[in-house]
Design a protein around this ligand. Sequence first.
Ligand code: A2P
Length: 271
Amino acid sequence: MNVMTRPEDLAACAPAGTFVETVTAVTHYTDHLFHFRMTRPAEFRFRSGEFVMIGLMIDGKAAFRAYSIASPSWAEDLEFFSIKVPDGPLTSHLQKIQPGDAVLMRKKSTGTLVNDALVKGKRLYMFSSGTGIAPFASVIRDPETYEKFDELILTHSCREVAELKYGQDLVASVQEDEMLNELFDTTRLRLYNSVTRENYPFRGRITDLIETGKLFEDLGVSPLDPTIDRAMICGSAAMLKDTKVLLESAGLTEGANNRPAEFVIERAFAS
Ligand code: A2P
């Protein structure tokens, strides 16, 4: 298959409504996960937590997939976190990109994992599994999140320990960043990891940890309370569905951009 990666070639045939951007860095975390950075078009605006369509020109046709933007809205470049699907129409090729290669990005971003879709609260939970952590990489670096909530709890659950590294590096880098610490108190952010298919001090699906109360015990916080707790959820379709049931049974109501409430879900990736 022929994948067009030279910026000048791609610019000559990019579909209408797309930017052609250049990859600046690629990090492979596991056989299934990688992270990449690319240039940000000056005119591109987005809200932290939104997603956009990223694509490649493969055999003369543009192939796109929805990606959460992992960088915050103020960042100079754009970051993404991707799975590698062996036969995936896009990711089987995207995983081979190198710095200097060009990718397509549709001009409009959208999404529900945004501060605007939640009413103010004391504590914000960001429940993620696998690559579902990506939008939260953006949200935890947005000053607005710290203005709206006193406490930020990012949970990341994965099958294997190696998959946790991206989130751990990210939270450490946020907490060590002098500029971010001048803007907001990053000690108000906590990361909670759990693993389901390998030995790890914290074992189990996030849903089980919520249901048994172990999550709250480990964190030293009170159980979910609709008067103070808010949540964003991003993961597989099954994870979204099961987590939503637990939040609703705790009395939280699902919100949307036009109807802010106590929790939000991103369904764009739940195939
Ligand atoms: P498990 O290993 O028990 O399936 P995936 O890579 O399949 O998206 O899974 C990422 C993480 O989400 C895994 O730890 C997986 O646990 C967990 N998971 C899968 N389904 C659910 C669900 N319905 N509710 C909560 N967590 C889930």
